[in-house]
Design a protein around this ligand. Sequence first.
Ligand SMILES: NC(=O)C1=CN([C@@H]2O[C@H](COP(=O)(O)OP(=O)(O)OC[C@H]3O[C@@H](n4cnc5c(N)ncnc54)[C@H](OP(=O)(O)O)[C@@H]3O)[C@@H](O)[C@H]2O)C=CC1
Ligand SMILES: C[C@H]1O[C@H](OP(=O)(O)OP(=O)(O)OC[C@H]2O[C@@H](n3cnc4c(=O)[nH]c(N)nc43)[C@H](O)[C@@H]2O)[C@@H](O)[C@@H](O)C1=O
Length: 314
Amino acid sequence: MEKEAKIYIAGHRGMVGSAIYRKLKKEGFTNFVTRTSDTLDLRNQQAVADFFEQEKPDYVFVAAAKVGGIIANNTYRAEFLYDNLQIQNNIIHQSYLNGVKKLMFLGSSCIYPKMAPQPLKEEYLLTGLLEETNEPYAIAKIAGIKMCDAYRAQYGCNYISVMPTNLYGYNDNYHPQNSHVLPAMIRRFHEAKENGAPAVTIWGTGSPKREFLFADDLAEACYYLMLNYNEAGHINIGTGEDLSIKDLAYLVKDIIGYTGEINFDTSKPDGTPRKLMDVSKLQSKGWKYSTTLAEGIKLAYQDFLNNHNHLAER
Ligand SMILES: NC(=O)C1=CN([C@@H]2O[C@H](COP(=O)(O)OP(=O)(O)OC[C@H]3O[C@@H](n4cnc5c(N)ncnc54)[C@H](OP(=O)(O)O)[C@@H]3O)[C@@H](O)[C@H]2O)C=CC1
Ligand SMILES: C[C@H]1O[C@H](OP(=O)(O)OP(=O)(O)OC[C@H]2O[C@@H](n3cnc4c(=O)[nH]c(N)nc43)[C@H](O)[C@@H]2O)[C@@H](O)[C@@H](O)C1=O
């Protein structure tokens, strides 16, 4: 990417988009085009066509999506399928029509079969049934990978797909029901500490295992791959290390300094038992994460205290 190139970050206000935006600014890029969802609804085909025709970006990061945790995915199944297909179809097709030089599509580790062998290698895609709670979201993300590959095969477009593991970081969503597990725990343990509550309830059995990557590390990886990866087929982005939800709860509890008990609400879904990323392809390209989970949780908690504590209802 040339330093003066025009870069469109779709979803630049979100957790991931804002991390990519910060990283590119730090690297000396200055020519950005951005729109909020209020001014450009990416589900609207004509509006996206007009936007690309007017702005003609050189490079595109697709970090706009309908995103949420296990309950949001399971509840808003139609929106997770429709919104995500519309957003990615519109951006990818208009990028092709308007001569975008390179595009990065962000998917998710939920594309892999629920019972795939661990760690999850890229080649396990479409080898089994998906996890039920996030099947609509996963189907949309799989369509995004295949769309990038099809546009590469038929039209020669340099569109790449990256599959991040579970993420957390600055500017996360702290909604009590719709968020992912880590921001949910940060908020719940913090509020319990503030209120002197005797116990905190965690969803599910606590036995599922998850891997977590700090969003600023993800942004580093996205930048690195935008410069160094030009292949069909997707690439995993993660740490290659996981822990149980129960162990995560005790880690967050310690960092926040909550001294009460932890209960498990087994009426809530566990989701996929495990989704540990195989990151050997990523490491062979020369990238590895740098922020440990404990460091990252401390940074995210500080951001929660500074910026989200008063309005955690997004
Ligand atoms: N969070 C996670 O754990 C993971 C995320 N990912 C992927 O990373 C990407 C970014 O996720 P994340 O940053 O966490 O999500 P956020 O919810 O923080 O941000 C999503 C962004 O998408 C934009 N957006 C949503 N709908 C529309 C729309 N109809 N029109 C225009 N813009 C829209 C929003 O824009 P606005 O702010 O203007 O409303 C928002 O800024 C997604 O593709 C997600 O699938 C992958 C793995 C894990
Ligand atoms: C990134 C990924 O995220 C989603 O999948 P998920 O990994 O299941 O995401 P999650 O973070 O919501 O839950 C992780 C685990 O944690 C447990 N859990 C405990 N207590 C809370 C809790 O309070 N909130 C939440 N959300 N989960 C909790 C929860 O029961 C589950 O076992 C996809 O839908 C999709 O969006 C996607 O791609």
